[in-house]
Design a protein around this ligand. Structure first.
Ligand SMILES: [Zn+2]
Length: 175
């Protein structure tokens, strides 16, 4: 099996790391308000909503994904990244183990409404409520499609320590 891991130079480092971010979330800060990517203050994306949408549209190679892939690779595992498992499945999978029929997703706490850190932005809240609901529905549809094609699905929250995530993947691969 070929690994596609490697190129890690093409992403912008976050101002704070995931662990700090999770700690801040745990202290009750507005997770959506915490910058995950450097956006210059003179950026034309002047409103918070526009900026968040832009960040949210960058779905692949997020920092938690990169950290997980690196850790899995260090653990000696080989996998495909950001790959559609088969033509019958409409979504791309963050980390794919074809031989084990395992699809792993790294879900962002804000975009996928994590039960610990979920929150609704106060501005434009009706729009956000719909947007986040559609995200959750899409996740459920993707899970169902993958299950129907015989894939196991493991979803890992962005806030989970990377060691725990690796252990969870290894446990499923062994089962
Ligand atoms: Zn979370």
């Amino acid at each position: 099996m070929t690994s596609e891991i490697g190129k890690e130079g093409d992403w912008t480092p976050a101002k704070i790391n995931t662990r700090q971010r999770a700690a801040r979330c745990a202290r009750g800060k507005d997770v959506a308000a915490i910058p995950v990517k450097r956006v210059p203050s003179e950026s034309w994306a002047s409103s918070d909503a526009v900026r968040r949408t832009m960040q949210g549209n960058h779905k692949f190679d997020t920092k938690p994904e990169l950290q997980l892939r690196s850790a899995l690779h260090r653990a000696g595992l080989r996998f495909f990244k950001n790959r559609r498992p088969s033509p019958a499945v409409s979504c791309r999978v963050d980390v794919l183990f074809p031989a084990a029929r395992l699809a792993v997703f790294v879900d962002g706490c804000f975009w996928h409404s994590c039960p610990i850190h979920r929150n609704q932005p106060r501005t434009n809240s009706a729009w956000w409520q719909q947007k986040l609901l559609r995200n959750r529905q899409r996740d459920e549809r993707n899970n169902a499609e993958l299950h129907a094609e015989g894939w196991r699905v493991l979803r890992i929250w962005e806030h989970e320590p990377v060691e725990d995530a690796v252990a969870a993947v290894c446990a499923v691969l062994r089962s």
